[in-house]
Ligand binder design. Structure first.
Ligand code: SF4
Length: 295
C-alpha cells in the first residue's frame, strides 16, 4: 500500500494505491523484464497500447497459414497451395481484427499491401526448404499451455506445433518470421525454448526430446535437446525472475534499461531515457499483473 502523494526515485506514485504482484509469466513478458523492467511495466501493468506493426502482423499472418495448411491432406500441402492461402488468411485476420486495416489506410494504389503480401508468401515458401509438411502430422497446433509451479507461479504460452514420434518422443516447434539472431543475441531464443521445455515437463512428466526454432527470415533452424538439469535450471531462473518482478511491483521500481532494442519500443514518449515521464504508478485501476498475455 502506498499512501499520500510522493515522488520516489524520479517516479510519480499515486495516493492510496495498491500494487498487485504478478502471478504468471509467459516467455515474451519474462524476456521483456530481462530486457528492460520499464518495458515490462508499460506492457503488463500500465497496459499501454501498442500500434500494430507490419512486421508483427506479417508474422501473425504467416503463422496462420502454416497452422491451417495442416488441415489439408498431406499430399496437398505444397508451397503453391500455402502461398495461395496468404490472401485468404489476411482477409480472415482483418475480419477478427479490423483495426489492422489501418496499416494500409494510406496505401491508395495498394502497392504497399501487395508488396507486403508478397513478402509473406516468400516467408511461407522458404519454410518448404526447411521442413516437409507432407511428412508431418502434428499432434498439436497453436497449443495454449499453462502450468503452475510449486511456488504458485503460473507459466503460460502458446506453442506453434507439437510433433510426437511413434516412440513417444516430443518435439516442440516454434516459427519465427525474423532472422536467426547472431550467437551473442541468441539468449532470448534459448530462454524461450527452455521455458517451453519446463512447461511440457511439468504438464506431461517428460522432457521434450527436441525444441526447434524455425527462422523463416533467414532460413535457419536452431535446435535444442534439453536434459532434466536444463529444465530444473530454468525453473530456478524463473523463480528468481518472478521474485524480482514481485519486488519491482511492490516498490514501483522499474528502471529503464536502454539498448539497441529501444528502436523497436512503442513507449519512448513515456520513457525517461527519451525525455518522457511514466504514468502514475500504480495505475488507478491496476490490472492484475497475473493476467500476463501469453504470446
Ligand atoms: S525505450 Fe528502451 S529503455 Fe525505454 S522503456 Fe522502451 S525499451 Fe525500455
Amino acid at each position: 500500500m502506498v499512501c499520500g502523494s510522493l515522488s520516489v526515485a524520479g517516479r510519480r506514485v499515486s495516493a492510496m494505491s495498491t500494487s498487485v504482484p504478478p502471478t504468471s509469466l509467459s516467455p515474451s513478458r519474462a524476456n521483456d523484464f530481462m530486457q528492460c523492467p520499464l518495458l515490462y511495466r508499460f506492457r503488463v501493468i500500465d497496459k499501454l497500447p501498442e500500434k500494430p506493426s507490419e512486421a508483427a502482423t506479417r508474422g501473425t499472418l504467416v503463422h496462420a497459414v502454416l497452422e491451417r495448411l495442416f488441415d489439408d491432406p498431406a499430399t496437398e500441402r505444397t508451397a503453391t497451395r500455402a502461398k495461395a492461402m496468404v490472401p485468404h488468411q489476411w482477409d480472415r485476420l482483418l475480419g477478427s481484427r479490423p483495426e489492422l486495416a489501418g496499416l494500409f489506410a494510406d496505401d491508395e494504389g495498394g502497392e504497399r499491401l501487395a508488396r507486403w503480401l508478397g513478402e509473406a508468401e516468400s516467408l511461407v515458401e522458404r519454410w518448404f526448404g526447411l521442413e516437409d509438411p507432407t511428412r508431418l502430422e502434428p499432434a498439436e497446433r497453436e497449443l495454449f499451455v499453462e502450468t503452475e509451479l510449486d511456488s504458485g507461479l503460473r507459466l503460460r504460452g502458446v506453442i506453434d506445433r507439437v510433433d510426437v514420434a511413434p516412440s513417444g518422443e516430443v518435439r516442440i516447434v516454434d516459427y519465427k518470421t525474423g532472422k536467426a539472431p547472431r550467437p551473442e543475441y541468441a539468449q532470448s531464443a534459448h530462454f524461450q525454448m527452455a521455458f517451453y521445455a519446463l512447461v511440457v515437463w511439468r504438464l506431461k512428466g517428460v522432457v521434450p526430446r527436441r525444441l526447434q526454432l524455425v527462422y523463416l527470415g533467414s532460413g535457419d533452424v536452431i535446435t535444442y535437446d534439453p536434459v532434466l538439469a536444463d529444465v530444473q535450471r530454468v525453473e530456478r531462473k524463473l523463480l528468481a525472475l518472478w521474485d524480482a518482478i514481485r519486488r519491482a511491483t511492490e516498490t514501483g521500481t522499474f528502471p529503464p534499461r536502454p539498448t539497441k532494442l529501444c528502436g523497436w519500443c512503442d513507449h519512448q514518449a513515456f520513457c525517461p531515457e527519451f525525455g518522457g515521464t511514466p504514468p502514475v504508478y500504480p495505475p488507478a485501476a491496476p490490472r492484475d499483473a497475473g493476467q500476463d498475455r501469453a504470446e
